[in-house]
Design a protein around this ligand. Structure first.
Ligand code: THU
Length: 127
């Protein structure tokens, strides 16, 4: 499944709308039923409105009825970026926290594979 998500994430990066940063990010998630959804980053002239690829993919899944995210893959494409250091941003990890478990697999294409718990040890939670 992770290999499939990696492939879909790389593909989704081609659809990025990123005229301001030039950085293309794609994401793919699988839900609890094995359904897959993708997202890309979508920038805006008002920079703060930019949507990250991971949040677009998660929102697409939830809007389609997903109740949990079983795995996420993200791919970054930018000739000048240091991909070795790329992991999903803190906002996306906190967004993912609603739908993931500490053991949920997060693959960062060309970087490595992590568990969600490794990337965000202490999410903000309201119980
Ligand atoms: N970006 C993502 O799509 N995901 C992340 O986890 C970090 C950053 C996007 C947002 C923006 O379009 C570009 O990368 C540069 O920050």
């Amino acid at each position: 499944m992770i290999e499939k998500l990696d492939r879909l994430a790389k593909n989704a990066a081609q659809r990025a709308y990123s005229p301001y940063s030039g950085i293309r990010v794609g994401a793919a998630v699988a839900d609890e039923a094995g359904r897959v959804f993708t997202g890309c980053n979508i920038e805006n002239a008002s920079y703060g409105l930019t949507l990250c690829a991971e949040r677009v993919a998660i929102a697409t899944a939830v809007a389609a009825g997903a109740t949990s995210i079983a795995a996420l893959s993200v791919a970054i494409h930018d000739d000048g970026a240091d991909v070795e250091r790329f992991v999903p941003c803190g906002a996306c990890l906190q967004f993912l926290a609603e739908f993931a478990e500490p053991a949920t697999r997060v693959s960062v294409c060309d970087v490595g594979e992590f568990t969600f718990g490794e990337l965000l040890t202490n999410p903000f939670v309201v119980t």
